[in-house]
Ligand binder design. Sequence first.
Ligand SMILES: Cc1ncc(COP(=O)(O)O)c(C=O)c1O
Length: 424
Amino acid sequence: MNIDEAAVERISEETAEKYRSFVNPGIANILNFSGFDVPEDRAEGCYIWDISGRKFLDCVGGYGAFSLGHRHPKVVEAVKAQLDKEALKSHFFMSIELAEACEALAGVLPGDINYSFLCSSGTEAVEGALKCARIHTGRSKYIGAVNGFHGKSYGSLSVSGREVYKEKFRPLLPVTQHVPFGDACALANAIDDDTAAVILEVVQGEAGVNIAPDDYFPKVRKMCSANGALLICDEVRTAFGRTGKMFASEHYGITPDIVTMAKALGGGVMPVGAFSANAEIWDSMFGKNPYLHSTTFGGNPLACAAVIAAIKVTIEEKLVERSARLGIKLLNDLKMVQARYPNIVKEVRGKGLLAGVEFDHEDFAALVIAGCGRRDVLVAYSLNNPKVIRVEPPLIINESELDRAIVAISEAVAETAEMLEGIA
Ligand SMILES: Cc1ncc(COP(=O)(O)O)c(C=O)c1O
């Protein structure tokens, strides 16, 4: 947009007013209060521009959706070409695009996981996975992790682990239990012969980038197999290189029974989710009735074109390796910030280009997010642990852009520390 200051102000106010009248007044108020009150206009690569032309380095990355950056040219080209041919399917015939997208997924999924169901969001992927586990095992209990996040539809919410998002919506799924993430003994005490599935993020994202001990997932895998329960790895955020492996479960040398994906799956261009499993589990789900689980828009040809292109780009541009390499730098640089401000930065943790900085208090995290924003760098809030800010840049980010993000974080932390000294 090429507009003057007065027009920016007018459009911002009008949009906020429309949010108040037609969308969600609370969101307009929060964005206004935190200084992010000018609407965004366009995006490319690692950058977002607002309508005033101000350019932000995006280290929120659409909460993991922009692993390939914004509008990766190869994904855009594939989706445009498909749009010129056919946008949505009749569902009467077979779809070449769906067959090829699921084949491409099978090429990268772990172990013997070959079958995929495509939907349009992460929470739908989790819903499908939960249904799969129930029909395959004939059991009804699900075990999730404290502060785990799996989405906000009823099934996903039931297995998510933060009460504030659940309490007003009970009754949820009837038999769920939550155990501390990374604690194998707690899981051993919870798992039993009514357990259909244990559902875990491999690296907890919204809980504040929590990383389990090295032996945790191998133990979880063994316990699930021994008890006849399925292991669902929710890789909605972590799949396709985010943590420095194609799938985060590879860090632990395990193969889950069901994998859920979304976010980066659509290449940052189309909203796509998926759940995938092996032939045996698929037979339980679809063997008797291929329409037992279905969707109108999931697996549409535009989404499939994006999936095929996104997987190709991830491999061709070696983004998994890049995430692992740059992730080490990101973690080291953030640890240096922690060493300088140990009074407010409690811990720094991460895997690949998914890093979390934990502060002593959630207000410090909010101040640092706002401070980064003033420096034109966007970093993320953590829904289930607001003391943690997340740095989740596109995997295509280069070293100097990453340096710029670190400088902004470091200055915002320094500013927050100074402000606190002033108050004390
Ligand atoms: C691990 C995980 N699972 C599921 C979801 C839900 O995805 P969606 O917001 O697309 O429904 C999220 C969203 O952040 C997530 O991080």
